[in-house]
Design a protein around this ligand. Structure first.
Ligand code: APR
Length: 231
């Protein structure tokens, strides 16, 4: 059975990472959505770098939770039959043990030089304009996909959805495209569909089944069920 899993901010909420659209949605008075654009970066690069620097720093203080761990266990069992795509820019899937994570919105732990186009693993602040290890210019930005930019790996994602027997969406509000359309694509491809979310998302009606509750409970239970039916 080929399974595509899409995750969003809700899977990392119980690790202590704020979601984008739940309560207390402001960062120092700014709507996070307005910091995550090329226009915001052009207008105030230090502000935008600081927003992502803070998020990168927080990674050192949080840990993967039972939902990330369950998906790592699923990868161990399914191997290449699991395609895990995340909208999250945190590294909690990897730290839980997942080895093949498709970060469609990029990663906090990578920096991109907009001049030489090199990408580098990254752990420190970018606000002080460190030099690119490739070309030496001070032209690094977080390797994340902003509103108005094209998500990474869309061809591969569409291929995986086309081949999927089951599409599962976890902890995402279903309002940001193109990820919000994956369920429709999966249905058109003939896959079964399941949503696991704290509350029904905007797209809940598109799923054959929608389960509500915290990811740390729903995801391990679903993985257990799936693996027991395979044995
Ligand atoms: N367990 C399961 N779901 C949860 C939990 C939890 N503990 N806590 C919150 N949720 C759900 C919320 O109900 C909501 O539907 O997670 C969802 C989070 O939604 P968003 O904050 O909109 O995050 P996401 O869908 O990942 O956002 C998509 O928007 O800002 C951009 O690029 C950013 O990748 C992000 C994209």
């Amino acid at each position: 059975m080929r399974v595509v899993v899409l995750t969003g901010a809700g899977i990392s909420a119980e690790s202590g990472l704020a979601t984008f659209r739940d309560a207390d949605g402001l960062w120092e008075g700014h709507d996070p959505m307005q910091v995550a654009t090329p226009e915001a970066f052009a207008a105030d690069p230090v502000l935008v770098q600081r927003f992502y620097d803070e998020r990168r720093a927080v990674l050192g203080r949080v840990r993967p939770n039972a939902a990330h761990e369950a998906l790592a266990r699923l990868e161990q069992e399914l191997g290449d039959d699991l395609f895990l795509v995340t909208q999250n820019i945190d590294d909690l899937h990897e730290r839980a043990g997942s080895q093949r994570v498709h970060h469609m919105h990029g990663r906090l732990t990578a920096a991109w030089c907009v001049v030489c186009d090199a990408r580098h693993e990254w752990t420190i602040d970018l606000r002080d304009e460190p030099a690119c290890p490739g070309c030496g210019r001070q032209t690094l930005r977080p390797d994340v996909v902003w509103f108005g930019e094209i998500p990474y790996g869309m061809d591969e994602i569409h291929e995986a959805l086309w081949d999927a027997d089951l599409f599962v969406s976890i902890g995402t509000s279903g309002v940001v495209y193109p990820a919000a359309a994956f369920v429709k694509y999966a249905v058109a491809a003939g896959a079964d569909t399941l949503e696991l979310n704290l509350e029904p998302s905007d797209g809940a009606d598109d799923f054959r089944q929608s389960r509500t509750g915290p990811a740390t409970e729903l995801v391990p239970a679903w993985v257990d069920d799936l693996l027991s039916t395979r044995r």
